[in-house]
Design a protein around this ligand. Sequence first.
Ligand SMILES: C[S@@+](CC[C@H](N)C(=O)[O-])C[C@H]1O[C@@H](n2cnc3c(N)ncnc32)[C@H](O)[C@@H]1O
Length: 421
Amino acid sequence: MSAPRITELSSRIALNTSKLNEYFVAHNLPTPSFDVDGPLDFPSANDPDIDSIRFSIVDDTLELRRLILGPKLHLMSFSVNEILCQQVIIRYRLAHAFPVGGEATFTEIANISGLSEADTRQILRRAILLGIFAEPHPGVVAHTATSRLLAEDEVFHDWVGANVDDLGPASAHVCEAMEKWPSSEEPTQTGFALANNTDKSIYGFFSDHPERAERFANAMRALGSRDDLESHHTVNSFPWGELGDGIVVDIGGSRGTVVTAIARKYPSLSFVVQDLEPVVESGRKNIPPDVAERVQFMAHDFLTPQPVKNADVYYLRWILHNWPDKYCIIILRNLIPALKPGARIVVNDNVLPTPGGMSNWKETRLRSTDLTMKAIQNSHERELDDWKKLFAMVDHKLELLGAEQPSGSSLWMMVLQWKGD
Ligand SMILES: C[S@@+](CC[C@H](N)C(=O)[O-])C[C@H]1O[C@@H](n2cnc3c(N)ncnc32)[C@H](O)[C@@H]1O
């Protein structure tokens, strides 16, 4: 008789956990801990085998938890209050209310933040159960590694802020948007538009609200700091060196983080980073001096024709997943008049697995992004076949040379080449 699922899971969790521990010891890495002085990220050396063990543990523990809760408690375990806690922590900057390594009473935190003492206690006691803050003695709050991250890293603070204040309300209005505009493919008819009482798309709205655009750009930087989204995957998975002293246009390139990494490895290349005006302005201010001479920032709306002609590569990272198919076709067709023969378009983007085709944790993340795209732009993530169909609709002289997922990267590299004159 085979072992029941719960013991099968717990045995595998035990085995994989001990493998991870051996790895930490062998590589002199700290053991995971949420103590205030614990590591701010999971200790790893970008090893794909360790990655697979790690996410197998995550999948198995989630499944075991679900089985042990049972369907009733599982269904009742989805808590909207987790969002509320984060909203209050971010809005009232509670992680900044006392120093990292120090302690503060609820009254002291209330006095600094402007919240009432009762509200402070109510919110923080729930947040403590999420691992954000600790209560080492009754009524006394201390930081954990998680709240320390919020206190010390404004980019992560902005990631949580954008998640709970931009994406959360947008999701909460998706049902209403679907009722109001059934099957819409317009980025102006979204949960985000309803939540913000605007008739603009998220990016149109951000253009009018530079402080929100800045926070969202920071949120993207926080995402980009994840191992699986690091720029080095892009640097190492395309033959940039073969372009010699060529030109690369990064379309919707935000503040130029990825091109900075490419520029550092390939000193002969020049770059143009295009984005909307407020983002470009911030990019110009923040570009590191060692690459600034080779990186030009240009305000350009990619829904209009491409002004930089005859570049070697037009690079789009995490752009097309934001847009419904009909707009992706416009964005790609806008490049065609600028393309010289042999020019390449590199689409560096998410590819959905077939259901169950990857770690449950990773698939959940991708399918959540899929819904986020729905909530903010009426867009969606795509399977590889969807991408192929989309590219085929753009122009028959645009040939897909290859599509691959670099090892350890969440994003795929899909390389198209212009076969026209
Ligand atoms: C998801 S972010 C990706 C940013 C960057 N490529 C990366 O990988 O981190 C999408 C970017 O598209 C830009 N964007 C949105 N609409 C645009 C438009 N119409 N023209 C140019 N850029 C736009 C946004 O400002 C944002 O920087």
